[in-house]
Write a protein that binds this ligand. Structure first.
Ligand SMILES: *Cc1c(COP(=O)(O)O)cnc(C)c1O
Length: 393
């Protein structure tokens, strides 16, 4: 039997390993030049003025909530279909989550579902965290236009390399900040890693400060001159100031070297994902209408993080678990992205049962099939054959 195909995995090559080894042999393992170099490359890749790298995508989300000053009493809209971390970021700072429904065909928040969530929120909403699910982009310009004054943070953990008419995801054309993850299943891998991109220099500096305990070493920004400066007017050599309650969310140079080496491969990784997805699209045509690729978003050129199909399990006479087990028996991994977050026990206990029909419909039919740049060109054939065998005539 050919090797097991997981639904996603990293592609690490010899030059990635060499880049990491070089940093390991150097003097600086953290807070060094590889961090700044990675940040510069990421900002350039997504067309943002600033990038701040940090420990992981969850830390990046937390930093954006801190930088926006969100806290107890604030309401934050998050789409129901996402990884739990998007919603948790609001809870980390004591804010309340208002779950927005999504388009059942794409899983994406829309201006209508955002407006509906804001109307239901029971008070003013400070921020929203739209999610570019699977790599397909939310219409961020339309969200910004529909809700002027609302702070928008894009969760682009699925969408590194995706583009629309407004340019690459992360360029901040219509949002305050954008968050990326470099977990091994994501398009670019650091093992653990994340980043915030923004065009706002004040937000960038604040995120960077919060990443490192809220500490500033900039003499020009010191708040307590009596402590900071000697009689000569020179800054005291030992002195730094903790100005905010921050965290240690640094990411080491070792991992930034990996991230930088991987980021240089984004065009190749993106092309591989696109060509595998196109092959799936073609091979799946005979399985319609029981199996269909999820609807394409007009105007979006995605780099898909996940290849998701919608399956009509009732018509197939099989449960999703039966299909997944059948795939696994044939050496093929699959996964479900995601149980709507409002249905997680923590959120049910906090906010009660909620009915979000678009999210429920999206969840009911979705299944993520293997998609990663190290797949063989004809691996989708194997997956689709297995699927048609399991579903039967
Ligand atoms: C992966 C992911 C995160 C969290 O990123 P980590 O690096 O794993 O902390 C957040 N949101 C979405 C949509 C993700 O897919």
């Amino acid at each position: 039997m050919p090797p097991f195909l997981p639904y996603g995995r990293q592609l690490i090559e010899d030059d990635d390993i060499a880049a990491v080894a070089e940093v390991l042999r150097s003097d600086v393992l953290t807070t060094g030049p590889a961090v700044a170099a990675f940040e510069g490359d990421l900002a350039a890749a997504v067309g943002a003025a600033h990038a701040v790298a940090c420990a992981n995508g969850t830390a990046a989300l937390h930093l954006t909530a801190l930088a926006l000053g969100l806290g107890p009493g604030d309401r934050v809209v998050v789409p129901a279909v996402t990884f739990v971390a998007t919603a948790n970021a609001a809870r980390f700072v004591g804010a309340e989550v208002v779950f927005a429904d999504v388009d059942p065909a794409t899983g994406l928040m829309t201006p209508a579902t955002l407006a509906e969530a804001m109307a239901r929120a029971g008070g003013p909403v400070k921020a929203a965290y739209p999610v570019h699910l699977n790599g397909q982009t939310v219409d961020i310009a339309a969200l910004a236009q529909a809700c002027p004054g609302l702070a928008l943070v894009e969760d682009a953990c699925h969408a590194l390399g995706s583009r629309t008419g407004a340019g690459p995801t992360g360029n901040g054309a219509h949002s305050a900040m954008t968050v990326f993850s470099f977990h091994p299943v994501k398009t670019v891998c650091m093992g653990e890693g994340g980043a915030v991109t923004t065009n706002d220099p004040t937000l960038a500096a604040l995120v960077a400060k919060l990443r490192g305990h809220g500490i500033s070493r900039e003499a020009g920004a010191f708040r307590h001159p009596d402590e900071a400066f000697a009689a000569s007017g020179e800054a005291n050599p030992w002195y730094y100031e903790m100005q905010e309650l921050g965290f240690n969310y640094r990411v080491p140079d070792v991992l930034c070297a990996l991230g930088r080496s991987q980021l240089a491969k984004l065009p190749r990784f993106a092309a591989a994902r696109r060509s595998l997805a196109a092959r799936y699209d073609r091979l799946l045509e005979p399985l319609a209408p029981r199996v269909r690729p999820i609807a394409k978003v007009p105007g979006c050129e995605p780099v898909l993080h996940l290849y998701v199909v919608k399956i009509d399990f009732a018509a197939a006479g099989l449960s999703r678990a039966e299909v997944m087990t059948g795939l696994r028996a044939r050496g093929i991994g699959s996964q479900v992205h995601y149980l709507p977050v409002n249905r997680q026990p923590y959120y049910v206990e906090r906010y009660g049962q909620q009915s979000l029909p678009g999210a429920d419909a999206y969840y009911a039919g979705c299944l993520s099939l293997p998609l990663f740049p190290g797949m063989a060109e004809d691996d989708p054939d194997r997956v689709v054959e297995a699927l048609s065998e399991i579903l039967g005539p």
